[in-house]
Design a binder for this molecule. Structure first.
Ligand SMILES: O=C(CO)COP(=O)(O)O
Length: 135
């Protein structure tokens, strides 16, 4: 079952995300991919896959992906955020991660969790029904 997956990484984590995405290219290619601007540009080049790019994170891209979550249009977020360097848009990052909790969206913030999410039959065979907040 096709899902919509968002791919986002802070600058120091972009190499990790590209490496991870290349390893999982065949699975990722089955789904609709969206990303923040710079991350999306690098991934499109590396993967040669179509990726819908939102604005760069500091310019509102995290919030655009948050809006997808609030509209229940996102199934999974892979977000390699940088725990060692503060970002000018940290409030946006926090808001995005918060919405993942509110909407019970699977979110992977590091490579090992992302490995487990992308290989989980629970998630990708279409049988898993994610519980949604009361609307
Ligand atoms: O800053 C980001 C996420 O908070 C990512 O934005 P870019 O993909 O544009 O670098």
């Amino acid at each position: 079952m096709q899902k919509t997956i968002a791919l986002v990484a802070h600058d120091h984590k972009k190499p990790d995300l590209i490496k991870w995405a290349l390893e999982h290219k065949s699975e990722l290619s089955k789904h609709k991919l969206v990303a923040t601007g710079t991350t999306g540009g690098l991934l499109m080049k590396a993967l040669a896959l179509d990726i819908h790019r939102y604005k760069s994170g500091p310019l509102g891209g995290d919030q655009q992906i948050g809006a997808l979550i609030a509209e229940n249009k996102l199934d999974c977020l892979i977000f390699f955020w940088d725990p060692l360097n503060p970002a000018p848009h940290d409030p946006d990052v926090k808001a995005l991660l918060r919405l993942c909790s509110v909407w019970n969206v699977p979110v992977a913030c590091n490579m090992s969790t992302a490995d487990m999410v992308i290989t989980s039959p629970l998630f990708f065979d279409g049988s898993y029904q994610r519980q949604l907040p009361d609307l």
